[in-house]
Ligand binder design. Structure first.
Ligand code: NAD
Length: 487
């Protein structure tokens, strides 16, 4: 098998197997080939991972932030040296084209290690609070054992985006990747260990929706960070709330991308395509409701169709390929069912909607798809599809489009294309979303906080803001004189 790891789990600095766990296959979505066979974690494996994390955390927290940061910086260097190898693994894990993984996956994981490794020395300081003779100070302390649970669209990135701030702040992590993409996180654990991370601090265990709750409900777990769907988010946040655990929720979206008549048309079309077709549309922040102002509708649609039909679909390992398969057959079927709903509810299919030619029959491919004349009430405009399906909606006025853009339970992202700077700022001010873009879409550099509002979640990943979610404040009052007591 092409990508068989030495064992299913990585715990306490080494690969561990427990064949009593339910076996499952890792499938390469481009061909349907089984590339690895693994076992889901048994309760014994969950215990082992959490115990290892708990054991290792105290000593790690006692190290200086600079020393912890140095290890992460070293891990970033190893990831960059092995970018090709890691990108190929990411492509096997997800089916995403190597053209993408080579620039977007291990590199963005390495960015997180580099950023948090670099800021460690300065970002974990507390405050001095003068109180007129007496004073107080604050300390930023780690939470303890943190659990990360990942989705399948960016397995290596998610493993790093959660691991980097957790570790640098002095926590230990147990990470569970998605059962669809179990391979990347194991390599991240190996690299961290190679970079000098003491054993037990970053553990990876496999499993699915039945394994996740064993982690979330464990009494020794202080925090859970989930990347997943809103439905899962409700369950995980609910279970964590029962024990008052810290949570970060990176959930789904149905984000609006608003294109005004004065926008640079080619840029706006490029942004809309990137925000719908990158990673075969499996990006949480995608701008899947593309609102186009009426005056440019025809021009926009004809150029969009032309450019979309030129997208190269094929073997993800071929550097020329721009669009790969969906991650799994189940996800492909779900996306096709939305295409059918779109047609049935009266949207105009501009392009796509079928299976592309010249791909493996066992591959889980779908053509990049554009619907026009979509209305706010249609299912495809309301529900997250998580595939390469763009919905184009018409609008006339600014106030109208803002109200319609906000008319959703989600609030992950939003974007606006216009050459009127004042309008751009006025519009983003009113859009209800956690991450917004002006005249671009979907860029998520590690320096910028990333996350959602409304039902798309809470907490932020990346940037210094992420450190707040992996630490808590300890306040210490220091008296400089005698205690004055009325008793
Ligand atoms: P999912 O919700 O089905 O699964 C996510 C993870 O949660 C998996 O590892 C799964 O095994 C685990 N899980 C499922 N039920 C659980 C439970 N009850 N307790 C604990 N863990 C449980 O999501 P998915 O299909 O893997 O990913 C797609 C979704 O993720 C989309 O909705 C997408 O928008 C979202 N997503 C969000 C972001 C973000 O940063 N906001 C990024 C990527 C993906």
């Amino acid at each position: 098998m092409k990508a068989q790891p030495p064992a299913s789990h990585f715990i306490d600095g080494e690969y561990v197997e427990d064949t009593a766990g339910t076996p499952f296959d890792s499938i390469y979505p481009a061909t349907g080939e089984v590339i690895a066979r693994l076992h889901a974690a048994t309760p014994a494996i969950v215990e082992k991972a959490i115990a290892a994390a708990k054991r290792a955390q105290g000593e790690w927290a006692a190290m200086s932030p600079t020393a912890r940061g140095r290890i992460l910086t070293r891990a970033a260097g190893i990831m960059r040296e092995r970018n090709r190898e890691l990108s190929e693994l990411e492509t096997l894990d997800t089916g995403k084209p190597i053209q993408e993984t080579i620039v977007a996956d291990p590199t963005s994981g390495a960015d997180a290690f580099e950023f948090f490794g670099g800021v460690a020395a300065a970002a974990l300081n507390g405050d001095y609070i003068p109180l007129g003779g007496d004073f107080a100070f604050t300390k930023r302390v780690p939470l303890g054992v943190c659990v990360g649970i990942g989705a399948w669209n960016y397995p290596q990135q998610i493993a790093c985006w959660k691991g980097a701030p957790a570790l640098v702040a002095g926590n230990a992590m147990v990470f569970k990747p998605s059962e669809n993409t179990p391979l990347g996180a194991l390599k991240i654990a190996e690299i961290l260990f190679e970079a000098g991370l003491p054993k037990g601090l970053y553990n990876v265990i496999q499993g699915d929706r039945t394994t996740g709750p064993l982690l979330v409900n464990h009494k020794d777990v202080a925090k859970v960070s989930l990347t997943g769907s809103v439905e899962t988010g409700r369950k995980v946040a609910g279970a964590a709330a029962a024990q008052l655990k810290h949570v970060t929720m990176e959930l789904g979206g149905k984000s609006p991308l608003i294109i005004f008549e004065d926008a640079d048309l080619e840029s706006a079309i490029g942004g809309a395509m990137l925000g719908n077709f990158y990673s075969t549309g499996q990006v949480c922040s995608n701008g899947t409701r593309v609102f186009v102002q009426k005056g440019i509708k025809d021009k926009f649609l004809s150029r969009l169709k032309e450019r979309t039909e030129k997208i190269i679909i094929g073997d993800p390992m071929d550097e020329a390929t721009q669009l790969g398969p969906m991650v799994s057959r189940a996800q492909l079927d779900k996306v096709f069912s939305y295409v059918e709903k779109g047609k049935a509810e009266g949207a105009t299919l501009v392009t796509g909607g079928g299976i592309p030619n010249s791909v493996s029959a066992q591959g889980t491919y779908i053509q990049p798809t554009v619907f026009a004349d979509v209305t706010d009430e249609m299912t495809i405009a309301r529900e997250e599809i998580f595939g390469p399906v763009m919905c184009v909606l018409d609008f006339e006025r600014e106030d109208e489009v803002i109200a319609r853009a906000n008319g959703t339970e989600f609030g992950l992202s939003a974007g606006v294309f216009t050459s009127d700077l004042t309008r751009a700022h006025r519009v983003v001010d009113q859009l209800e979303a956690g991450t917004l873009w002006i005249n671009t879409y979907n860029l998520a550099p590690v320096e910028m906080p990333f996350g959602g509002s409304k039902q798309s979640g809470f907490g932020r990943e990346n940037s210094l803001a992420a450190l707040n979610h992996y630490t808590e404040l300890k306040s210490v009052y220091v008296a400089m004189g005698k205690v004055e007591s009325p008793y």
